[in-house]
Design a protein around this ligand. Structure first.
Ligand code: COA
Ligand code: AMP
Length: 631
């Protein structure tokens, strides 16, 4: 058995022996307007509430606190956009002042404590400023990723019921300018709820027409606003809602509370990533995902770090050396990205020739999440970069890592393919389907013993029952992660995949169930199945199989084009839904359940499970034929 680094073992044991004292100590490093009455109130909420009765403001702790402490001239945010050909730096003082003005502009539009603001923006500094401005007011933001279509944006507007939407004229993707404003206008048209106002950031690459009486110019509103001070809120109040894929077309509104979030994120920066004041941290994700919320915006600023915000890709902007250029230019100490970004680099530049010209002397560790990093990619990165490569596992729901390697507590020996060990705060076990704890080494359902630590979602937006049903009902006393895996003899965790129909496409969480719902709306489709097929770069990509309605005579290529367009139109380009094939029938169990696992194995070039009936053997052969993989 490999030994745990002493600091990790001691820290985990300390947390286990005194969880409330451990978290109280972490919370004491932030500024509270009123201390909590109880570190943890077990009687409140779905599993208890952290820091009940306490009051604080997250924006104050992320910005004003550092300025007040004399660090106003330190760089808070570096915006690096190869798409726009620009780099810009903002000190803590500049961020505080801009955020206070944008908060003032939102307040002038009627936004106050508890009001929702939807933020639909590309990777520009104003996205972070808008998030922090909401936090400053005690308003609740809900950021929507720019790669979603109008219909998805509409669902989020309808559910969150924002008073104001903050958006931009356009986003910049390689080779195309994505006009955001028409998508926003369409989404507001689809939604039964109409926001009272929209603040639109005009970007020079494409300006947007304003809707009279509703839309205001972001820059003008900011310039004309009176700076707004921080509004202390209850630790248990919501900071934000972030919608994520569930198993159906209705996204889940993950709620984050103010106090637990600030405490957990602030603590995680030092414990997990080994970073402190003034260190440069780059999370190459998007503010529309939880990784971007936590590690582009909130955690680095709460901890007084310099955060890099990057508008570009790992390849093609302009080449596979882009990540190393950014690391060298800004003195990045830790980079956090998704394995898909590395696979893309490795494919284009296998010998890492584009790394050589860059001074990577400040670079100390690479962290990966979003999906399990395949061992060859982890080994390649460790070999080429010569720094620890740490895969760490978490979810939108938890808001911060469940398992990790700990730069701040002594790193474990490198085990490519493993997600590290449980972070202090989490009691992770593997359960069988009846809920019994399994011995080490046995695969099962990865579950967290309640209560969840600070920072994890306490509920779903206006859907407490959905929260209970989705996460707490299957294994009483536990939170079901929806991931399967095992904990080995050393305590290292191996996350092997979802137990539901969620797939991870280029680190983006998507629901195959939702795609099936969309395909089923096509007038010629009788039934359909969508599975996640293996992809060398994106990890998984969706593959759709449809059976035509009896009597429907359609050209298969036309059908495929229409179905691909339908999913793109309803979910957005982020779905990466590019393949829809017509099959004579779908293989099923005797009870009529579609054999999705067999279809996925066929798509991956593996042998399908033995079919339960002769009839299904024929159906599997037909699917194999269409996929060009005869058995
Ligand atoms: N606004 C509008 N469209 C967007 C978008 C945005 N913010 N982000 C992505 N898209 C579009 C892309 O243009 C692309 O459209 P296309 O089908 O017309 O080409 C589609 O959505 C898929 O985008 P993406 O997943 O980024 O794939 P890609 O092929 O453009 O790039 C990689 C491939 C591997 C370079 C890229 O996926 C990558 O770096 N991913 C990192 C993932 C990540 O950070 N995940 C966060 C979780 S930690
Ligand atoms: P999201 O909510 O978008 O962050 O996606 C969460 C899901 O992504 C998890 O439930 C896992 O299935 C998967 N995931 C994220 N990070 C990892 C990782 N490091 N290893 C394995 N799976 C991961």
């Amino acid at each position: 058995m490999l030994p745990s680094p002493p600091d990790y073992a001691a820290e985990y044991a300390h947390w286990q022996s005194d969880p409330h004292g451990w978290w109280a100590q972490a919370a004491g490093e932030l500024v509270w307007d009123k201390p909590w009455d109880r570190v943890f109130d077990p009687a409140a909420g779905a599993f208890g509430q952290w820091f009940a009765g306490g009051r604080l403001n997250t924006c104050f702790n992320a910005l004003d606190r550092h300025v007040d402490a004399g660090h106003g001239d330190r760089t808070a945010l570096i915006w690096d956009s190869p798409m726009a050909g620009q780099v810009a730096r903002f000190t803590y003082r500049q961020m505080r002042d801009r955020t206070a003005r944008v908060a003032g502009a939102l307040a002038a539009l009627g936004v106050g404590m508890g009001d929702r603001v939807v933020i639909y923006m590309p990777m520009v500094p104003e996205a972070a400023i808008a998030m922090l401005a909401c936090a400053r007011l005690g308003a609740i933001h809900s950021v929507v990723f720019g790669g979603f279509a109008a219909a998805e944006l509409a669902k989020r507007i309808e559910d969150a019921k924002p008073r104001v939407v903050v958006s931009a004229s356009c986003g910049l993707e390689p080779g195309r300018v994505v006009a955001y404003k028409p998508l926003l206008d369409a989404a507001i048209g689809f939604s039964a709820h109409k926001p009272e106002a929209c603040l639109i950031l005009q970007r020079p690459q494409a300006t947007a027409a304003r809707v009279a009486g509703r839309d205001q110019d972001f820059a003008e509103a900011e310039a004309g606003a009176t700076p707004h001070d921080c509004v202390p809120v209850l630790a248990t109040d919501p900071l934000y809602i972030l919608y994520t894929s569930g198993t159906t077309g209705k996204p889940k509104g993950i709620v984050r509370d103010v106090g637990g979030h600030a405490v957990a994120l602030h603590h995680s920066i030092r414990m997990i990533y080994g970073l402190g004041h003034g260190d440069v941290f780059w999370t190459a994700s998007d503010v529309g995902w939880v990784v971007g919320h936590s590690y582009i915006v909130y955690a680095p600023l709460l901890a007084g770090c310099t955060s890099v915000m990057y508008e570009g890709k790992s390849v093609g902007t302009p080449d596979a050396g882009a990540f190393w250029r950014v690391c060298a230019q800004h003195g990045v100490k830790v980079l956090f990205t998704a394995p898909t970004a590395l696979r893309a680099i490795k494919q284009r530049d296998p010998d890492a020739a584009l790394l050589a010209p860059h001074d990577m002397s400040a670079f100390q560790a690479l962290y990966l999440a979003g999906e399990r990093c395949d061992p060859p990619t982890a080994v390649w990165a460790a070999d080429k970069l010569g720094v620890p490569v740490v895969d760490h596992w978490w979810q939108t729901e938890t808001g911060w890592p469940i398992t990790a390697g700990f730069s701040g507590l002594g790193l474990f020996p490198f085990k490519p393919g493993s997600g590290g060990r449980p972070c202090p705060g989490y009691d992770l076990q593997t359960l069988d389907d009846a809920g019994a704890v399994l011995p080490r080494g046995e695969s099962g359902n990865l579950a967290l013993r309640l209560p969840l630590p600070p920072g994890c979602a306490p509920t779903l937006w206006h859907n407490a029952e959905g929260y209970r049903r989705s996460y707490l009902a299957d294994f009483p006393g536990w939170y079901r992660t929806g991931d399967a895996g095992l904990i080995d003899a050393d305590g290292d965790v191996w996350v092997m995949g979802r137990t539901d129909d969620i797939i991870n496409v280029a680190g983006h969480r998507l629901s195959t169930g939702q795609m099936e719902e969309i395909l089923a709306t096509h007038p010629d489709v009788a039934e359909c199945a969508v599975v996640g097929a293996r992809d060398a770069i994106k990890g998984q990509v969706p593959l759709g199989l449809v059976v035509l309605k009896a009597g429907s005579v359609r050209d298969e290529a036309d059908m495929s084009r229409e179905l691909v367009a339908l999913v793109r139109d309803k979910i957005g380009p982020v779905a990466a839904f590019k393949t829809a094939l017509v099959v004579p029938r779908l293989p099923k169990t005797r009870s009529g359940k579609i054999l999705r696992a067999s279809i996925r194995r066929l798509a991956d070039g593996e042998p399908a499970n033995p079919p339960p009936t002769i009839d299904d053997a024929a159906a599997i052969d037909e699917v194999a034929e269409v996929l060009g993989r005869p058995r």
